[in-house]
Design a protein around this ligand. Structure first.
Ligand SMILES: Cc1ncc(COP(=O)(O)O)c(C=O)c1O
Length: 421
């Protein structure tokens, strides 16, 4: 859709505020050309990226974990998809939905390194992982291993299976700053018994930013015939990897996080030879047991969100996967390196560079997490989230690609000032 058409639409809808005018004038191709021109100048490149976001001036947003703010190229594509679906009505659903879904799955599969026949688009990680857990043919006494820092929704789902089928949940504790991969892998290995059926492990722990040695855990589990589920809610488009590198059986992610798809998009990968083992949660008989689409009968859903996935992939690729990973790790290390070792400040995120990326967690002695988050917002205008977990007490700091070092300097100054009180 060109600028004139977009303007006509928003005017006909009475949408004449500055926001709509700005979005109508926004020229995605031109912005991408500028980005490509600035590619060799790191500082100007990221400054331009920031200009592609509309950000509230009221606070510094260091809580980009739950979901990502959408940059203008994706926001514009999203509104165009909403308009298209609304204009065409059920004609779209009956003539295009099916083929478009395959096309989007193909693009996503290529991005994350799997076959599109091993991938479905869901609404989020919770739906993806719960679909797998609910689909396993559990027997009483089957054992599952996961760590205490897994996402609470997944822990709850296993607790429900324990009540319903008598499975046994073995919950291990992992260190926040391990010295080696083997230290982590051996914790899972030691918990295995002949009854172990499943290991659930996060690719990146959401409360600390700890990247776990998932490949080594999956290799170890595969040698013992154990089914592995990787919770990659925060991993896709955060750091560079391919699912084919991980050797897992199931992989789930939320695309509204780091891929910046509008809210309500997730994915589920299932290794081809394991699909037939998983029962569908929502009844579906149109596909054979080996076809992953049997797990995707979710009913009418916001298809315009799914249709915006290609625009999100394009935005991500214009930046470059490795470049984005490097930038996120750089901004995290920019501030953590300035407070690590400062008296009364402690970090709950691994110190070795490759064990973390954009997310980190910091605490201050004698200040409870909720209070720290409140002070940061009210006194310093810095938006974060408090984490109060038996093994992790602090605030989670999640910058984004639009975060500037000036903003991080303000965080560092605030933490140091508070640590002295
Ligand atoms: C590790 C992890 N798993 C799962 C989820 C759930 O994601 P969603 O709410 O998109 O299903 C989150 C959300 O932050 C998460 O951090």
């Amino acid at each position: 859709m060109n600028k004139r058409e977009f303007l006509q639409i928003i005017t006909s809808m009475g949408l004449t505020t500055a926001f709509w005018q700005d979005l109508a004038a926004f020229d995605t191709n031109q912005e991408y050309q500028t980005l490509s021109r600035l590619s060799n100048d790191e500082e100007k490149f990221w400054k331009h990226i920031r200009s592609l976001y509309e950000l509230k001036p009221d606070y510094i947003n260091l809580e980009n974990g739950w979901y990502n703010i959408i940059p203008k190229p994706i926001l514009k594509a999203y509104f165009e998809e909403i308009h298209k679906l609304n204009l065409e009505g059920t004609y779209y659903m009956r003539t295009r939905l099916f083929d478009d879904n395959i096309e989007v799955r193909k693009q996503l599969a290529q991005l994350i390194g799997c076959s599109y026949e091993e991938l479905i688009i869901t609404r989020n990680t919770t739906e993806s992982i719960d679909t797998v857990i609910a689909g396993i043919d559990w027997k009483p006494g089957d054992e599952v291993i996961f760590n205490t820092q897994e996402y609470p929704a997944m822990i709850d789902m296993f607790k429900v299976q324990a009540r319903r089928y008598g499975i046994v949940n073995k919950i291990i504790s992992i260190p926040n700053d391990p010295k080696s991969d083997e230290e982590i892998v051996s914790l899972y290995e030691k918990a295995i018994t002949p009854k172990t059926r499943v290991i659930l492990v996060s690719h990146i722990i959401n409360i600390t930013g700890h990247i776990l040695p998932v490949r080594k855990i999956c290799d170890m589990a595969r040698n013992r015939g154990i089914f592995t589920i990787v919770d990659g809610a925060h991993a896709v488009a955060h750091f560079d990897f391919k699912i084919s590198d991980l050797n897992c059986d199931a992989y789930a992610s939320s695309l509204h996080k780091w891929l910046s798809v509008p809210l309500g998009a997730g994915m589920l990968y299932l290794r081809k030879d394991r699909i037939k083992e998983i029962w569908c949660l929502f009844g579906e008989t149109a596909y054979p047991d080996e076809d992953i689409r049997k797990l995707n009968h979710i009913g009418t859903h916001p298809a315009h969100t799914v249709l915006t996935i290609p625009a999100s992939i394009e935005f991500y690729q214009k930046i470059g996967a490795k470049r984005k990973e490097n930038r996120l790790r750089y901004v995290q290390e920019y501030w953590t390196s300035k407070v690590r070792g400062v008296p009364n400040i402690f970090l709950n995120t691994p110190s070795q560079s490759h064990r973390a990326c954009g997310i980190a967690n910091v605490g201050i002695q004698h200040i409870k997490p909720a209070n720290l988050a409140k002070i940061l917002l009210e006194k310093y205008k810095i938006w974060t989230v408090a984490i109060d977990h038996p093994e992790v007490q602090g605030v989670r700091i999640t910058p984004n690609i639009f975060t500037t070092t000036d903003e991080l300097d303000k965080l560092v100054a605030a933490l140091i000032e508070l640590s002295k009180k």
